[in-house]
Design a protein around this ligand. Structure first.
Ligand SMILES: *Cc1c(COP(=O)(O)O)cnc(C)c1O
Length: 372
């Protein structure tokens, strides 16, 4: 996708905040525990390579991604750290992953069975992390017999596989009610016992577990959303650490005009001025990830909230202004402006989603500007 490097809209990524957020967590780790920075989906929209570099400087010893290509991009950029692909990937790409020293989540025996002959043919060894499905219902082994069979298969194919890790993923580590978390941790320990020996890495914690279930165990954590300065639980639980959001989204007024009472604004004429009013145009739209459902939400201009009026267009939207702001005045969609702030959580509340989704949606057309 073409990035809009000449446009007047940008995401500002505060790498200093990311560094600080990682360092805060490094200080909370148990002895010997490692931190893997989760940088999938272009580091939740922040920019994968810059974030990876920053996280590494702050102490991260590995990276988690979701798909093979994200792992390849890290290798191409020269990262020689552990790179774990968390999702189920095509087993027929086993050689590509092994050649690039990517570790991969294994969700079933069939993956190993398909990969083994391909790896053998090329004398390659693939690092694998067995996923245990303890209640997420997504990927992984659900019972002891299957875990044993996978371990056995790996043991019989030592020239093809390195048994590097086991892990699970929590569905409810971010809620007040801890009962389901307890169910999952119990199940994990039960499945773990089916193994005759433990691999190098045992990892269970995502950000939420790292925040509110520090005793969940394992010798690595998969640190995602909290690294970016956002609360994994949304507004439900209070964070034990003072993290700082790293992402701001800014643009500017490209046009300010006084429109007459009765004027319609945007497609479908969903908004009609009930008085003469100043209307500003912002050059950013749903193709940039500022979704149509943000109609009626607000932006910050010179420290004042201004409502988004009319439908969000593909590349532009309009705001109602309290006065004739100058053309070129900064518009903050996410971030601080004056003494006020719009958070990704605020945007998520309005769009009835989670902040993860708001940030992942900001498209590659919006250039990322990095502040140290
Ligand atoms: C995305 C993901 C994470 C990171 O989750 P956060 O809530 O961002 O910390 C950790 N583990 C797995 C398996 C994931 O898919």
């Amino acid at each position: 996708m073409v990035a809009g490097i000449h446009r007047n809209a940008q995401a500002i990524v505060d790498l200093g905040a990311i560094k600080q957020n990682v360092e805060l967590e490094m200080n909370r780790l148990a002895k010997g525990q490692e931190l893997f920075a989760v940088v999938k989906a272009d580091a939740y929209g922040h920019g994968m390579l810059e974030v990876a570099k920053t996280a590494k400087e702050a102490g991260a010893t590995g990276f988690c991604v979701a798909i093979i290509d994200e792992g390849l991009a890290l290798r191409e950029a020269g990262f020689d750290d552990l790179v774990l692909i968390l999702g189920v990937n095509p087993a027929d790409q086993a050689c590509l992953m092994a050649q690039n020293d990517l570790s991969v989540a294994v969700g079933d025996l069939e993956f190993l069975q398909t990969a083994a002959p391909l790896l053998a043919q090329k004398s390659l060894k693939l690092k694998v992390h067995l996923a245990f499905d303890t209640g997420m219902g997504r990927i992984g082994f659900t019972n002891e017999a299957d875990v044993k069979a996978a371990e056995q298969f790996i043991a019989e194919h030592q020239e093809q596989f390195v048994f590097e890790g086991i892990f699970t993923h929590f569905a409810c580590a971010d809620t007040q009610d801890m009962s389901y978390y307890q169910v999952q941790i119990t199940k994990f320990n039960q499945l773990k016992k089916a193994l005759t020996r433990l691999p190098k890495y045992v990892h269970v914690a995502n950000s939420a577990a790292a925040m509110w279930h520090q005793d969940c165990g394992g010798n690595a954590i998969r640190y995602g959303i909290t690294m970016y300065g956002l609360n994994p639980s949304g507004r439900e639980l209070t964070l034990p650490v003072a993290i700082k959001p790293a992402f701001s989204l800014e643009s500017e007024l490209v046009l300010v005009r006084k429109l007459a009472k009765g004027s319609g604004i945007g497609y479908g004429k969903t908004y009609t001025l009930d008085e003469d009013a100043y209307i500003g145009t912002v050059p950013l739209g749903y193709a940039d990830g500022w979704l149509r459902r943000m109609q009626g939400f607000k932006v910050l201009i010179e420290g004042q909230y201004c409502p988004i009026v009319g439908r969000i267009c593909m590349d532009q939207f309009m705001v109602k202004l309290p006065k004739a702001f100058k053309k070129g005045t900064k518009v903050t969609l996410i971030g601080q402006n004056g003494d006020k702030t719009i958070t990704a959580q605020d945007a998520a509340d309005y769009a009835r989603t989670i902040h993860y989704e708001i940030l992942c949606n900001i498209s590659q057309r919006v250039p990322r500007i990095y502040h140290k």
